[in-house]
Design a protein around this ligand. Structure first.
Ligand code: SAM
Length: 239
């Protein structure tokens, strides 16, 4: 049998370094090639865990171009690891194109379970977790309104990533498109020293963050529309 390479996606902490898994450390130590989004960010992480490996740059600007040669490297028998700046690669981060190219070339792909921001936010929100939809970042300009109109019909709990600079605008738009009584939860700086979880209606949260401009990284979890409200055609403007 030949020496088969593979692609392994390795999640890294979203803030607290203690969240790295034992398996992530050992897999990183055995890598032939580690692909990282920002080599300065990832070398600090590797240094902390005494992993002495050279990093290759793999980010959204070179991902398209790099995929072909990476597939060849894996086919030559290399164990290639993909990490991102934080959390799980491929989740609002580069990764999908490489995973798809590997699958198309019959290359084994593995993803270690590990840190990601959306799951702790959903679990702590107090909103239904049985069914949910991950929306990642909303479009910043073009297509944003259309997406919000579509999402006003969504019955499942919704999870969004948002920057602190757009949080108030985003919550105000949720008030406008989903109705002011819609429940939500803002999770800021998960796993870090200044972690903050705020629950309330989208209107209350918009008021709170207008008075207390936020810093740091943010996940917003929003309740879906109730089946009754959707059926009766009740919209935000009826409130
Ligand atoms: N791949 C990552 C994951 O698995 O969650 C997401 C990367 S995405 C570029 C970065 C966004 O994730 C941030 O803007 C924020 O919305 C969310 N995020 C990452 N770390 C977070 C944290 N510690 N607390 C809250 N949100 C976080």
């Amino acid at each position: 049998m030949g020496n088969f390479g593979k692609l392994i996606l390795v999640p890294t902490p979203i803030g607290n370094l203690g969240d790295i898994t034992l398996r992530a450390i050992s897999v990183l130590k055995e890598a032939d090639i580690i692909l990282a989004e920002d080599t300065r960010v990832s070398s600090r992480l590797l240094h902390h865990f005494e992993i002495d490996k050279k990093l290759w740059v793999h980010h959204k600007f070179n991902e398209h171009k790099a995929v072909g040669s990476l597939v060849s490297k894996i086919q030559e028998g290399n164990k290639v690891i993909l990490i991102s700046d934080a959390g799980t690669p491929g989740i609002s981060d580069p990764g999908f194109l490489l995973v798809r190219a590997c699958i198309e070339n019959d290359i084994e792909v593995e993803c270690l379970p590990g840190p990601t921001a959306l799951i702790p936010a959903l679990a702590v929100s107090g909103l239904p977790t049985e069914k949910f939809v991950f929306e990642g970042f909303l479009p910043q300009k073009k297509g944003r309104q259309t997406r919000l109109i579509q999402l006003s019909e969504e019955t499942r709990t919704m999870v969004f990533y948002e920057s602190p600079y757009r949080l108030v605008k985003c919550l105000s738009q949720f008030t406008e498109f989903f109705g002011k009584a819609r429940n939500a939860c803002v999770c800021r700086e998960l796993s870090k020293m200044f972690e903050e979880i705020k629950r309330g209606t989208v209107e209350e949260l918009a008021q709170y963050y207008t008075a207390n401009p936020p810093k740091g990284e943010i996940v917003i979890v929003v309740e879906g529309v109730s089946k009754e409200d959707r059926k009766s055609g009740k919209t935000a403007s009826d409130e």
